[in-house]
Design a protein around this ligand. Structure first.
Ligand code: AMP
Length: 549
């Protein structure tokens, strides 16, 4: 067997999968293509190439070296994109700080990741000023700002980003190193306990880029990503590298638009003026855009949107389709880099309803992803589109553990598969459909009721703007479902029993489990969200625990 192993001629080049290799082709093929930052700045890939080299020189003169950790605290910007490249290309680790965590959690992550340098937008000064005297690792701070004046701060700033770049040489000789070197790190959103650190190597990020791109580009027509696209993220760059899309967009050499802080009017203006054709976001952000008065005035046909982070509700999918949006699901988690599945419609002749079914499914595994739906003994559940189990996965881009946390790492990788904690079914054509988080499923007298399916049905009621279903304590059944509903403005508010009757109609048609007859309804003004805009069911369970009986 050993003589089958490749023997390398001494002078042959053993090509490492390094992030630096992702941006060679587009710089040569599309040097004049643009990178845009809000309505503030635009430059070409040719400039981008030289700015990444300048940044590497600037960071090196500050003292950054291989093995250091460089944190970034910024909204989505061209600066962030440059750091996605320059920092790992130096052999340093990029910590994308989740700026939507609580100040104490942010400080925890900076301390836990042992950040050496922090590149910080002035908006976050008040948070980081509090770490004075508490964290010893941070050596220098660099200002990121859109304003000409340096804002007041007690932080010892070493310089301003643009000035440092302007003063640096645009030539840097990036060295090769082991492709398994850590490139990025960030922290899970921490709805349970302290945030946990995940980490990804150059090799993992390169393979994730190619795997996701292969899936998006091989689709027949729908949901394709190609050189004529204009890309704008609406999932923050601090959260799982904006789902890896800035790496994908750069590798393809498309026009990229970075919107800064997410403000609906600015997002819609950029979509219109820059003619954005490809984005991704969680359902709550699209919900926010759809609620904006500008939304209905825009022609959004040709805009492709991957929805992930939570299930795509049917009602939202239908409304988006009416606006001409090519909306479809993608699935993954912080631990998985993130993309595991994408739900393309495929080549079948489908009626609009069947098409919506597929777009709202969780999707089919990407090339190289081994995905199984298993019971507690790790047996595969039948591929009948109904039996449920936990999604477990193997792929060449999954975090190999949690940073400095061996107990949780072992649980994550029990039996050699990454355990997602997501409950799903899978059908004979390999389409996965998530029905819940293990922690959110409602356990009624030993049976499981899917909170997501019930949410989808309640969302169909014309007076409902938003709904979250949680399980609350019930002396007889163990748990029963509680619907927390935000109503649309303007219409006559329905009574709780009307919602019950709406759900019963689906139960009578056999489209919903009878367990849903136990439903309670509470109307609320708003629904708690996590730091990345997802419904925070843990917070809701705590808030409404008094309704247990
Ligand atoms: P995070 O690590 O914060 O990105 O959250 C990952 C979790 O979001 C997953 O484990 C799923 O529970 C959920 N999620 C992501 N994408 C989808 C999807 N397409 N449908 C349903 N749930 C999703």
């Amino acid at each position: 067997m050993s003589d089958l192993l490749i023997q390398r001629t001494q002078s042959a080049y053993s090509y490492p999968l390094l992030i630096k290799n992702l941006f060679m082709a587009p710089v040569v093929q599309n040097p004049d293509q643009e990178i845009v930052y809000r309505d503030i700045m635009r430059f070409t890939y040719r400039d981008f190439y030289s700015r990444v080299h300048r940044l590497a020189n600037a960071l090196t003169s500050l003292g950054v070296k291989a093995g250091d950790t460089v944190a970034v605290m910024d909204w989505d910007s061209h600066r962030y994109l440059e750091c996605f490249y320059a920092v790992p290309m130096l052999g340093a680790v990029l910590h994308t700080v989740n700026i939507r965590l609580s100040p104490e959690q942010i400080i925890f992550t900076i301390d836990h990741a042992e950040d050496d340098y922090i590149l910080i937008n002035s908006e976050f000064f008040p948070i980081v000023e509090q770490i004075k005297g508490r964290i010893n690792t941070v050596k220098k701070f660099v200002l990121l700002s859109d304003e000409p004046q340096t804002p007041q701060t007690t932080l010892p700033l070493t310089g301003e980003y643009e000035q440092l770049l302007a003063a640096a040489s645009d030539t840097f000789n990036f060295q090769d190193f082991d492709e398994n070197t850590r490139a990025t790190t960030f922290y899970t959103t921490g709805t349970t306990g302290l945030p946990k650190g995940v980490y990804f190597s150059h090799r993992q990020l390169v393979l994730h880029t190619l795997g996701t791109l292969a899936s998006l580009s091989t689709s027949h027509e729908q949901g394709r990503f190609h050189q004529k696209d204009v890309y704008m993220p609406i999932t923050p760059m601090f959260h799982v590298h904006a789902w890896g899309f800035p790496y994908i967009a750069t590798a393809v050499g498309v026009k990229q638009v970075y919107p800064g802080k997410y403000i609906p009017a600015m997002l819609l203006k950029l979509i219109k003026e820059e003619q954005v054709t490809f984005s991704h976001c969680v359902p709550t952000i699209l919900h926010m855009l759809m609620a904006s008065p500008e939304f209905d005035k825009l022609d959004l046909s040709g805009w492709k949107v991957v929805i992930g982070g939570a299930a795509l509700p049917r009602q939202m999918c239908r409304k988006a389709r009416e606006h001409g949006i090519d909306i479809f699901s993608g699935y993954g988690m912080s631990e998985t880099c993130p993309v595991l599945t994408i739900s393309h419609v495929g080549n079948d002749e489908l009626n609009p309803d069947e098409e919506i079914d597929i777009r709202c499914k969780t999707g089919r595994p990407l090339p190289l992803v081994q995905l199984r739906v298993v019971d507690e003994a790790m047996n595969d559940v039948p591929r009948d589109g109904a039996s449920v189990g936990e999604i477990v996965a193997r792929a060449p881009w999954l975090t190999q553990g949690y940073w400095k946390d061996s107990r949780n790492s072992e649980n994550l990788w029990k039996d050699g598969y990454l355990h997602t904690g997501d409950v799903a079914n899978i059908n004979s054509r390999n389409y996965v459909a998530i029905t819940d988080r293990i922690k959110d499923v409602i356990k009624i007298g030993g049976e499981w009721l899917s909170s997501l399916e019930l949410e989808d049905i309640i969302n169909l009621h014309p007076a409902v703007s938003e709904v979250a279903i949680i399980g609350i304590g019930d002396a007889k059944w163990g748990e029963r479902p509680l619907a927390l509903i935000v109503l649309k403005g303007g219409s006559e508010p329905p009574e709780a029993r009307e919602i019950g009757a709406h759900v019963k109609a689906f139960i009578d048609k056999g489209m919903m489990s009878k367990l849903a007859l136990l439903l309670d309804v509470t109307f609320v003004d708003q629904i708690d969200k996590t730091s990345v805009g997802k419904i925070n069911k843990k917070a809701l369970r705590e808030r409404f625990s008094a309704q247990a009986r």
